[in-house]
Design a protein around this ligand. Structure first.
Ligand code: NI
Length: 166
């Protein structure tokens, strides 16, 4: 396995719309394993392929404390949304940035697993938020898009300063 480079805001490649996946070959399995390793090492609870400059509809998630509940979503589609909740979100493409975002509290998602088998998942609370956040990524959307332009500008400046210090 290998650690992948995570693109950071405002990298324009984060705005790429990912393509659906049709081939479930060895290369895809390696990409999935590398994304889990990268996410666990960061550490984070979700990583979208777009964030590692791989523009296909692939998401890895693990919201467990012991990193033992890996979830792979390929070509995911949210088919049902219910309720509203506001949660503080972070993102591996925005180191040190957290902001409250309003999202659906429960979602039903249809996706393929790492072998191409379809499944349906009902999620609520943190997992529901995480799924919506990651699906946004593969559609080129970012959690700061939900914030005011002023807040977004502040975050951009903060991250630019951080990058200069490296
Ligand atoms: Ni993110």
């Amino acid at each position: 396995m290998a650690l992948l480079e995570i693109l950071e805001y405002p990298d324009p490649r984060l705005r790429t719309e990912a393509q659906p996946i049709a081939r479930f070959d060895k290369a895809l399995q390696k990409q999935i394993d590398d994304m889990f390793e990268t996410m666990y090492q960061a550490p984070g609870i979700g990583l979208a392929a777009t964030q590692v400059n791989y523009h296909h509809q692939l998401i890895v998630i693990d919201i467990s404390d012991d990193q033992k509940s890996p979830l792979v979503l390929i070509n995911p589609k949210i088919v049902k949304k219910e309720g509203v909740e506001e949660r503080e979100e972070g993102c591996l493409s925005f180191p040190g940035v957290y902001a409250k975002v309003q999202r659906a509290d429960r979602v039903t998602v249809e996706a393929l697993d790492r072998n191409g088998q379809p499944f349906t998942l009902e999620a609520d609370e943190l997992l529901a938020v995480c799924i919506q956040h990651e699906i946004d990524h593969i559609e080129g959307r970012l959690f700061v898009d939900y914030l005011s332009p002023l807040k977004r500008e502040r975050i951009k400046k903060k991250l630019k300063k951080l990058n200069k210090g490296r």
